[in-house]
Write a new protein. Structure first.
Length: 743
DNA sequence: AGCACGCCGACT
DNA sequence: GTCGGCGTGCTC
């Protein structure tokens, strides 16, 4: 309905509206408009803002969850209130965004220190924000047709009746007509026990950690719980870390639940499809929503279950804008809406593990279920450590450095080749060599715009900066002294591929990394090549270690794993352990070959406890060791972190801005005793200090109490606006990252 | 962030 | 005389 703004109603109803205004705008919270009729909270609107008409959401204070900082800038009584403008349009063809969704937005905005309007609008599909009533009607008709439904459903549905009414008359995607009911796989004893426990936990809506080995059948357990949610007339939300993993799972879900509506929500969808799928979820027409981290913000009026697969995966943390953790928000949302949440992983994050350990070791907040056994296949792959320190007596240090593979590993690769089995070699570095070097004058291939080396890519003959993208044709001679003898230092996947071809003549070598998977569908094509047996040895970065099912690989080798052992990033060991377990999980998924599948690791530190735990496939031992170290160092989950980042024209101004912020924090801390034990560390430049000619600096804040940290941040951040203005144009932007992954 | 208004150089 | 550079400032 369009309201006529030439004849504004004399006695309109005031309505608080969330609109997208970045914090810099100096406005936060809601803006006040006038509407002809009272509007329900959560109603989507179009409102005039400046010279534009923008999308807004009717908002209001909603009890204890309301964000205290989101007070309207103006209220009814304000003397200097500008004339309230009229709501331009009410999109009442859509039901209002529900209380669960609104509470999630309120919480996430407050927790991650963003304006509620900015967060709320940024998690809606871009096309929805542009829609007026007429366009919306068109979209809804098209969606109706696609889902083969007739009139929109009543907003509330009785349990039991739902199954019949939600079933569309035709499948969502063009495909075979009515499918026969799928044959359910038999459950293992472990799966049965886990499902019993999950049913119990679901009654109480307790969060559950499903700690299941790779290949233990976690997905089947998820699907059984999804079935239970659907039978109860509810919607299920499944989160996966990467887009790459959605098509596989989506196909499996569609086959498993024919007649149910499954939609995907991730950034790989086009704007139109994204809107359609979002609408299907919001209207309650979709039964299953499968997506990446953004999907945690889907509007789900009948939500009954949330699954977070591979919950430890760093991709769940958004790295720009509102830097939220979709996994943490999933747990919060489930608790708030009183529904079950399952976190699944073979190598849980230490935060989750700590929450799943009973007191006094952990918090006991989550229920822990273990599924240690691999289905069908026998044992997990045997872990073999290649002790480079011992081998150097025999072969010399230089030879071990120059050759990618120590002789025993090379022999093992030859064995597989002779037996017609496949191998996977992991190296976490793209390109031919990470840096070029001139032995004559000491020149190195640095990036003119970043404090980083440019990587030599031999295939397209370029020097390429992986931070800013700056690329140039590789020089024939040293650009500094003219010496033609410039040399690559180190090794990336391109070079490894080349060296493998020499070491294993006749072997068919393949490579999968971000460079070989540029085009749409090229990852799938290359994976198919591996599946079809067209490849003997596959070289890849960590992207191949995730999720893909390689039935015929019996050897996985990890090169240069040691780097993570001594990284300054306190989470590096956790990530390495997860990566190696996951990589090992690629091997021997075929029962016939499981017995001789192996995970090889070349290391100078074979006695390291991480490798000992890995060899024993003992995640609990690894986690116990790590948690002890974290506790002693006062790191998460035993403390709570926030990272204040600043980007500026010069390093000095970035540091000065942070130093000023530190003084503000100190002031606040003297005023509020509860904040006294929060530690604000001195500002430091990050490991890559300059990117694309922008200088960066960061400052760590550490607190034993999460609420205290939250309150300090909320009181602290508003002061930055003035300080940045005083710093002038040199300070470009700042952002706070609550619960940062890397510091 | 958008998207204005606002005040000084090369073009019809 | 206009078209247009992007420097401040506002948005219920």
């Amino acid at each position: 309905m369009a309201l006529d703004d030439r004849t504004p109603p004399q006695t309109g109803h005031g309505v608080a509206v969330l609109v997208e205004l970045p914090k810099h705008a100096g406005l936060s919270g809601t803006l006040s408009y006038r509407a002809a009729t009272p509007l329900p909270v959560g109603q989507l609107l179009r409102v005039p803002l400046g010279r534009r008409v923008v999308c807004g959401i009717a908002w209001g204070d909603e009890g204890p969850l309301a964000d205290a900082r989101a007070t309207p800038v103006l209220d009814e009584g304000a003397a200097d209130a500008p004339v309230r403008r009229d709501v331009a349009e009410v999109l009442d063809a859509l039901p209002p965004l529900g209380p669960g969704w609104r509470a999630l937005i309120r919480f996430a905005a407050a927790y991650y220190q963003r304006a509620p309007g900015e967060l709320a609008l940024s998690v809606l599909p871009a096309d929805l924000r542009e829609l007026d009533t007429a366009a919306l009607q068109r979209r809804l008709r098209r969606l109706d047709k696609r889902l083969g439904r007739t009139p929109p459903p009543a907003p509330k549905r009785r349990r039991g009746a739902a199954a019949a009414t939600t079933a569309p008359e035709t499948p969502v995607e063009p495909g075979p007509e009515p499918l026969p009911p799928p044959v359910l796989p038999d459950l293992s004893e472990e799966q049965r026990l886990a499902l019993d426990a999950l049913a119990d936990a679901a009654e109480r809506a307790d969060p559950v950690l499903l700690h299941g080995a790779t290949g233990s059948g976690k997905t089947e357990v998820y699907l059984r719980r999804v079935a239970a949610a659907l039978d109860a007339g509810r919607q299920a939300l499944l989160l996966v870390p990467e887009i790459n993993l959605t098509p596989q799972l989506e196909a499996r879900i569609r086959a498993r639940f024919p007649g149910r509506v499954t939609v995907a929500l991730h950034s790989g969808l086009g704007p139109a499809e994204r809107l359609q799928n979002w609408l299907a979820a919001h209207l309650g027409w979709a039964d299953i929503v499968l997506g990446t981290r953004m999907a945690v913000f889907a509007s789900l009026p009948r939500l009954g279950l949330i699954v977070v697969d591979e919950e430890h995966d760093p991709s769940y943390k958004q790295q720009e804008g509102a830097r939220y953790s979709a996994r943490d928000l999933a747990v919060w949302r489930a608790r708030q809406e009183g529904v079950a949440v399952i976190l699944g992983s073979a190598t849980p994050s230490l935060e989750t593990w700590h929450n799943a350990l009973p007191s006094p070791e952990g918090t006991g907040r989550y229920h822990r279920l273990g599924m240690p056994t691999r289905i069908g296949a026998g044992a997990l792959p045997q872990v073999r450590l290649v002790d480079l320190t011992r081998l150097q007596e025999q072969f010399g240090r230089q030879m071990l450095r120059d050759q990618p593979f120590a002789p025993p590993l090379l022999a093992a690769l030859r064995d597989r080749l002779e037996r017609g089995e496949q191998s996977l070699v992991l190296l976490n570095r793209r390109g031919y060599a990470p840096v070029l070097h001139c032995p004559g004058c000491g020149w190195k291939s640095d990036c003119p715009h970043c404090s980083a080396w440019r990587v030599f890519h031999k295939l397209d003959r370029t020097l390429r900066c992986h931070h800013c993208g700056f690329a140039e044709r590789v020089p024939r001679a040293c650009p500094s002294c003219g010496d033609p003898d410039i040399q690559p230092i180190g090794r990336g996947t391109e070079r490894l591929e080349e060296q493998l071809a020499t070491a294993l003549p006749g072997a068919r070598i393949g490579r999968i990394d971000a460079d070989t998977t540029r085009g749409k569908g090229s990852l799938e094509a290359q994976l198919a090549q591996v599946h079809d047996g067209d490849i003997d040895v596959l070289v890849g970065t960590q992207m191949v270690a995730k999720g893909h099912d390689f039935r015929r690989i019996t050897l996985v080798a990890a090169l240069q794993a040691d780097a993570a052992l001594f990284s300054s990033d306190f989470r590096a060991p956790e990530r390495l352990f997860a990566l190696l377990m996951q990589a090992g999980g690629r091997a021997g998924r075929d029962a016939a070959q499981a017995a001789r599948s192996e995970l090889w690791i070349q290391t100078w530190h074979p006695q390291h406890p991480l490798y000992a735990a890995l060899t024993a496939h003992d995640y609990p031992a690894f986690a116990a060791g790590q948690l002890l170290e974290r506790q002693q160092a006062g790191l998460p989950p035993f403390s709570h972190l926030a990272l204040l980042r600043c980007e500026a024209r010069t390093q000095e101004s970035a540091m000065a801005f942070l130093a000023q912020a530190a003084r503000r924090a100190a002031e606040l801390q003297t005023q509020q005793p509860a904040w006294a034990d929060i530690l604000v560390y001195p500002p430091v430049p990050p490991s890559v200090q300059r990117v694309a000619n922008v200088e960066r600096a960061q400052m760590l804040v550490e607190s034993p109490s999460r609420p205290a940290l939250q309150r300090l941040l909320a009181a602290w951040l508003p002061s930055f606006q003035d300080d940045a203005r005083q710093a002038g144009a040199r300070v470009l932007r700042w952002a706070v990252d609550v619960d940062p992954l890397a510091i």
